[in-house]
Each structure stands twice: as structure tokens, then as C-alpha cells.
Design a protein around this ligand. Structure first.
Ligand code: C2E
Ligand code: MG
Ligand code: MG
Ligand code: MG
Length: 285
């Protein structure tokens, strides 16, 4: 709960409970209208293969085309969307649009080779019987290979109901859809769940990188996280790569996939289609 509040940049410390409640009611009704109008738009942030420097894939990140406030990010509405359950409808809109875009790029040969499309979903879908059928339907409708998409689920959410998680993750694995544990290392939970969870990717939280190179302990923790993923033979993605120093640490410790402002912020579909990966020095660290 505290974490969800912390993400909300509109949460002022001097705001009374009443104001919080009023904002909640307002945003909830705005969200309901936005769902009707499908006013949620995926932006796409590039993921780069550290070995080749080539584009590996995209992560779809929701933006809301708000009637008065312009394009707003999840910090504005994600907590309320989660609390009200409206996140289910929002995710469906985002996933549908991202799959349509993915299929379009494949059909147009926008990229020289097929890229991977990652989508964030709330773990709430795991309790929803229509979730897996909806995914199957989407893949069929857009003729998308399950192996070309990936679902990102935040670690702290995933570990809340492990029985359900184990069952749904097994089903997703049977379908051939990869799942990444997002913000890995921030769930404050026992790592033993990794033995039971059928996941394919560890997405290492950006908090491990952000004070590198200043902090030696951060460097060691970061290296430990990458070693862990390598020992488990789970491919890793490093998020929050912002600087040359970050890139160098990633290469030194053999990180696999890199993502962050060093390469690009989340882009519109048009910008993403024209994106050429930022060059970085490989191998000379
Ligand atoms: P996330 O999935 O961990 O995504 C990374 C967030 O960090 C994104 O914020 C991204 O814009 C930002 N970011 C990327 N590179 C950098 C960097 O180098 N430095 C820094 N400081 N930040 C970077 P965004 O788009 O505001 O999304 C926030 C969170 O909201 C996401 O975290 C994800 O958990 C959630 N989210 C986003 N889109 C969706 C969605 O469609 N459905 C659901 N359920 N959750 C979503
Ligand atoms: Mg993510
Ligand atoms: Mg993340
Ligand atoms: Mg996050």
C-alpha cells in the first residue's frame, strides 16, 4: 500500500484524507469514461541486445490521453486503477493495441527481424477466468506467435498469492508465452519462490543501477543479481540504464538485455518504428 502511494506523484503530504477521497472518486469516474473511449495508448520503450547492440524488443507502457491534462503516465492513475479493479479493462485495451501494433510491424517488415513485444499486466488477471482465453483469442486474431510476446509482472504482486501464481504461470508456459518478473529484487520476499514459479526472464529493478558507479555496494549487489539470473539460466533484462557508466557495468557483468533512458525513453509507435539504437562501446571494458 505504501509503495502504491509512493508511486503517485499527485499525493501531497498536506493533502487531507477528504481531498484524497475526492481525487479518487474523480479519477475513478474519469477512468470509467476513458475505458469506454479506449483512451489508453501504449508507448514503446526499446530493449537492446547487449551482445550485438541491436534492437531486441519493445516494452509497451500505458499512457492515458486525458481530455484536459494531455498524455499522462501510470503514476497518475495506476493506484486507483488497481484499487477499483479498472486495471483489468485498461490492461485489455493496452494489450490489444500493442498486439495489433506488433502484428502490423511484423506484416510491414518494419524491422529486419521479428522483435519481441513485452506487455505489463496486473497480477489481478490471474484471478480472472477470462484472462487466458482472451490471450489465446488475441494471438489468433492477430496471428501472433506466442513466443514473440512476453508478459511482465511485478515481483511484489506476484508473490502475494503463490498458489494462483504457480497455476497460471504453468498455463502460460504451456501456451508458450514468456513471463518476466518485473522490478526483480524489490519484492522483499523469499527467493525460494523461484523454484516453483515457471518464469522465463528476470527484469532487474533499476534501483540496483541508479547509484552506480558512486556506490560500491550497489555494484556488488547488481553483479550478484546478474549472477543469480545466470546461475538459474534465466535471461536477464536490466532496466534503468541511463548513463555510459551504467552501460559499462552491464557489459562488465554480462547483462543480456538493456533498457533505459541511455537508449530511449518510451516512444510513440511512429518514433519506435524509426528508432535506431544508440551506439555503445562493446567489449572494451
Ligand atoms: P515498469 O514496468 O518497471 O516500467 C519501467 C518504468 O520506468 C516506466 O515508467 C519507464 O518509463 C521508466 N523508465 C524507463 N527507463 C528509465 C530510466 O532509464 N530511468 C528511469 N528513472 N526510469 C525509466 P512508466 O511508464 O511511468 O510506468 C511505471 C510502471 O507502471 C511500470 O513500471 C509498470 O509497472 C506500470 N505499467 C506501465 N504500463 C502498464 C500497463 O499497461 N499495465 C499495467 N498493469 N502496468 C503498467
Ligand atoms: Mg515493465
Ligand atoms: Mg520494472
Ligand atoms: Mg516498475
Amino acid at each position: 500500500q505504501a509503495k502504491a502511494e509512493g508511486r503517485n506523484r499527485f499525493h501531497y503530504f498536506n493533502e487531507g484524507l477528504q481531498a484524497v477521497a475526492i481525487r479518487r472518486i474523480l479519477v475513478e469516474s474519469e477512468l470509467r469514461e476513458a475505458i469506454q473511449k479506449k483512451s489508453f495508448i501504449p508507448y514503446y520503450q526499446p530493449k537492446i541486445d547487449a551482445k550485438t547492440g541491436l534492437l531486441y524488443g519493445a516494452e509497451a507502457l500505458v499512457r492515458w490521453g486525458h481530455p484536459t491534462q494531455g498524455m499522462v503516465g501510470p503514476a497518475y492513475f495506476l493506484d486507483i486503477a488497481e484499487q477499483t479493479g479498472l486495471i483489468i479493462d485498461i490492461d485489455r485495451i493496452v494489450i490489444q493495441k500493442a498486439c495489433a501494433q506488433h502484428a502490423q510491424w511484423l506484416a510491414d517488415h518494419t524491422f529486419d527481424y521479428p522483435i519481441k513485444m513485452a506487455m505489463n499486466i496486473s497480477v489481478r488477471h490471474f484471478k480472472d477466468d477470462s484472462f487466458l482465453p482472451m490471450l489465446t483469442e488475441l494471438l489468433e486474431k492477430y496471428e501472433i506467435q506466442p513466443s514473440s510476446i512476453e508478459l511482465e509482472i511485478v515481483e511484489s504482486e506476484l508473490v502475494q498469492d503463490t498458489d494462483t501464481a504457480i497455476a497460471v504461470l504453468d498455463e502460460l508456459a504451456k501456451m508458450g508465452i514468456d513471463v518476466a518478473i518485473d522490478d526483480f529484487g524489490t519484492g522483499y520476499s523469499s527467493l525460494s519462490y523461484l523454484k516453483q514459479f515457471n518464469v522465463q526472464v528476470l527484469k532487474i529493478d533499476r534501483s540496483f543501477l541508479f547509484d552506480i558507479p558512486e556506490s560500491e555496494i550497489s555494484s556488488r549487489l547488481f553483479k550478484g543479481m546478474l549472477n543469480l539470473s545466470q546461475s538459474l539460466e534465466l535471461p536477464n533484462v536490466v532496466e534503468g540504464v541511463e548513463t555510459q557508466a551504467h552501460v559499462e557495468k552491464c557489459l562488465e557483468y554480462n547483462a543480456e538485455i538493456l533498457q533505459g533512458y541511455y537508449f530511449a525513453k518510451p516512444l510513440t509507435a511512429q518514433e519506435f518504428a524509426n528508432y535506431i539504437p544508440t551506439k555503445f562501446n562493446k567489449g572494451d571494458t
